[in-house]
Design a protein around this ligand. Structure first.
Ligand code: PMP
Length: 357
């Protein structure tokens, strides 16, 4: 009977599988620059590559399920207790652990929109209801978010800086917002791009979380630490909270190569942070050049820029793809372009200049 198939949860009917932009299109033959995924444009420092090679000889064995060495290294680096840390397969993996730990049908997950696309995907998978509060001029509207909290709210994401707009919420505003959140509701401050922030008003989430048991901070090795392919992220929070979240860990999901590379990356931090400085400089250079071309580009505190161009977004994205520069277009809304190496950024700038408006 060809009509019969296994039964799936009905939430899947309304979902499509996640397809990040990767290719410049089938017709492209010349060089392709990847500015669509907010990655570091630089390969890992040699000490990290050496750590990866050493660990490669042990891939016949399961890794340390508890990630003890990595957690000790993170704890020392950030001066936080080891038992307040949980690691996962990318920070997206940690966000999934958070969902597994707190979200279920009947509950609500609250976040600003537009923001990181994993939030609606993970929320739908959990069966909980997504409550999306529109950004206001590209910024989190924390007052409206606080008004949207109900007794069903289980999880709140504050993406700081926000992907894809690059905007930050200030420390005073975040603290005032958190004062309005009931303590039985968990707040995730997603700081995937923290290392690129230069605005002194932006809080360090770790300071904020230190005094609040219902606040956790999400960090990643995928951006500033240059390990996107290896999938390591972590959260820092109250030990009681971290312990509950660790129960949702998919066994062995942070592999041994990833653990070794993340430790080596923390030890090579000064080299990596010099690259971050270069990226921050490039961010400002690209923004100024785009503004000179006549584009509206809000200031960004992350390693990407946001071009709110509304209906032109899809055509602009295709135009860049034909020029060999892969950017992230959100049809009808805007285009997000990652800050790459200087030649990559120049290729993007020249494509942007050639777009017919
Ligand atoms: N949070 C935000 C805001 C992001 O933009 C991303 C990556 N695009 C992530 C988390 C996830 O990164 P990863 O899973 O690679 O750690």
């Amino acid at each position: 009977d060809s009509g019969r198939k296994p039964r799936f949860r009905s939430v899947l009917d309304r979902m499509v599988s996640y397809r990040p932009s990767r290719s410049a299109g089938p017709a492209r033959t010349g060089p392709v620059f990847q500015l669509a995924a907010n990655e570091s444009p630089y390969p890992p420092p040699s000490a990290v590559v050496e750590a990866i090679s050493r660990e490669a000889l042990r891939t016949n064995r399961y890794p340390d399920n508890g990630c003890a060495d990595l957690i000790a290294e993170i704890a020392a680096r950030h001066a936080v207790p080891e038992d307040g840390i949980a690691v996962g397969c990318g920070s997206v993996g940690v966000a999934q652990m958070l969902m597994e730990a707190v979200a279920e049908p009947g509950g609500e997950v609250l976040y600003a929109w537009r923001s990181f696309e994993a939030y609606p995907i993970l929320t739908r998978l959990s069966g909980a209801t997504a409550v999306e509060v529109p950004l206001r001029d590209g910024f989190h509207d924390l007052a409206a978010m606080a008004d949207a909290i109900t007794d069903r709210t289980r999880l709140i994401f504050v993406c700081n800086p926000n992907n894809p707009t690059g905007t930050v919420v200030g420390e005073a505003d975040l603290r005032a917002f958190l004062d309005r959140v009931p303590v039985d509701c968990l707040v995730v401050v997603d700081e995937a791009y923290r290392e690129y922030v230069r605005d002194a008003k932006a809080p360090d989430g770790l300071d904020i979380a230190a005094g609040r048991p219902n606040v956790v901070v999400l960090r990643t090795f995928s951006k500033a630490y240059g390990l996107a392919a290896l999938r390591v992220g972590f959260l820092v929070g109250h030990p009681v909270v971290a312990e509950s979240i660790r129960k949702a860990y998919l066994p062995f999901s942070v592999n041994g190569v990833a653990q070794a590379a993340a430790i080596a990356a923390l030890r090579a931090e000064s080299e990596l942070m010099e690259r971050v400085e270069t990226t921050v400089g490039e961010r400002e250079r690209v923004r100024t050049a785009l503004t000179d071309q006549g584009w509206t580009v809000p200031p960004s505190e992350a390693n990407f820029l946001w071009l709110p161009m509304g209906d032109a977004a899809a055509a602009f994205g295709e135009h860049c793809g034909r020029a060999g520069v892969v950017v992230r277009a959100f049809a009808g809304d805007g285009v997000r372009v990652s800050v790459g190496s200087p030649p990559e950024n120049d290729a993007f700038l020249s494509a942007a200049a050639r777009f017919r408006r």
